[in-house]
Write a protein that binds this ligand. Structure first.
Ligand SMILES: [Zn+2]
Length: 332
């Protein structure tokens, strides 16, 4: 993913300004006092951590490689054990440079009926370390950028196999999110260069798009000391979901990670889901102190197992699981 380039300077500056103001010009909802008024979702951060290790051991998950195929088969095997249905949607997409990529979107379902929720992460990894200073032409491990979102969702699915979610949920693990042009390519970066698997799915959904009332995307949710700012596209299209999820995190004692502060807009999988009419938020680690707006390990070889924090995985998993538990299958 990338920050939406045309407005990055303005937005990042506005974050710095917002940080220094007592009252931002467009304030998000205020965090309530932390109090646990409901039962926490059961979530094993050790399981989630092991699901990251497993994915990384397959090697880079770059479309067309052996590690990519083997990892897809493993994810499908796990989801087949836990969900009502699970399958791989195969397709072909065209990369920024015209190269054809064979993709695999991995889809699983819990429950029947409409008014469904979509739970999304990308499972491919970046073919280059184009933000690093060494071995820039080699693929990253993608422990955070790729594996972490998948791992949290797999652990949610394992828990839901024991206690199904109160609303119907489809898991959509999309391919080819992170195949956009590296920094050395002299091409104009467009949103359409990213999230290729999601763009394919929007054109070829496994059920009508109107079946979904909303969605949550998890991207880079496993690193130490994250800051999940309220991302701009999410606020534009799905402010009510952002507000509710951040409130849930606050009630669970995680307001130091789920920060009530507006972040910049990011071109990520949720962008294309929102355009397609499914209000979807992005829980993503944003860092306004870096030039690119993401954590320092973003698209470098430091995105590997040592950067992963079980505490962060637990915070995200319990927040999302608890939030789902508070929903009822009623049209909002
Ligand atoms: Zn990425």
């Amino acid at each position: 993913m990338l920050l939406q380039q045309l407005i990055i300077t303005t937005i990042v500056v506005s974050i710095f300004i917002a940080c220094g103001k007592k009252k931002p010009s467009s304030p998000p909802a205020q965090a309530p006092a932390s109090s646990k008024t409901f039962k926490e979702f059961e979530f094993s951060e050790d399981s989630a951590y092991q699901y990251i290790v497993k994915q990384v051991l397959f090697g880079p998950r770059v479309p067309g490689t052996d590690g990519h195929s083997q990892c897809a088969n493993w994810i499908l095997y796990k989801l087949s054990q836990w969900a009502d249905t699970a399958f791989i949607q195969e397709g072909e997409v065209t990369r920024f440079d015209g190269k054809k990529l064979p993709i695999k979107n991995i889809i699983a379902s819990f429950g029947d009926g409409s008014n469904r929720w979509l739970l999304v992460a990308h499972w491919d990894t970046r073919p280059w370390a184009d933000q690093d200073t060494i071995r820039v032409d080699q693929p990253i491990a993608g422990a955070d950028d790729g594996a972490s979102g998948v791992a949290v969702i797999l652990e949610l699915a394992r828990q839901w196999s024991k206690n199904p979610p109160p609303v119907p949920v489809d898991i959509l693990l999309v391919d080819a999110e992170d195949q956009g042009p590296p920094v050395w390519e002299q091409v104009e970066s467009k949103p359409e260069h990213w999230a290729l698997g999601t763009q394919y799915w929007v054109k070829n959904p496994h059920r009508p798009l109107k079946s979904f009332q909303g969605g949550i995307l998890l991207d880079m949710v496993g690193a130490q000391n994250p800051s999940f700012l309220m991302e701009g596209i999410s606020l534009q299209y799905a402010r009510h979901i952002v507000r509710d999820v951040w409130h849930t995190a606050s009630q669970l004692g995680y307001s130091h990670l789920f920060i009530f502060l507006e972040g910049p807009p990011v071109t990520d999988d949720h962008y294309f889901l929102n355009i397609a009419g499914i209000p979807t938020i992005d829980i993503i680690n944003l860092n306004p102190s870096t030039p690119h707006g993401f954590a320092p390990h973003w698209h470098t070889h430091r995105d590997s197992i040592p950067i992963i924090s079980r505490y962060t995985l637990k915070a995200v998993g319990i927040t999302v699981g608890t939030w789902f538990n508070q929903l009822s299958n009623v049209t909002p």
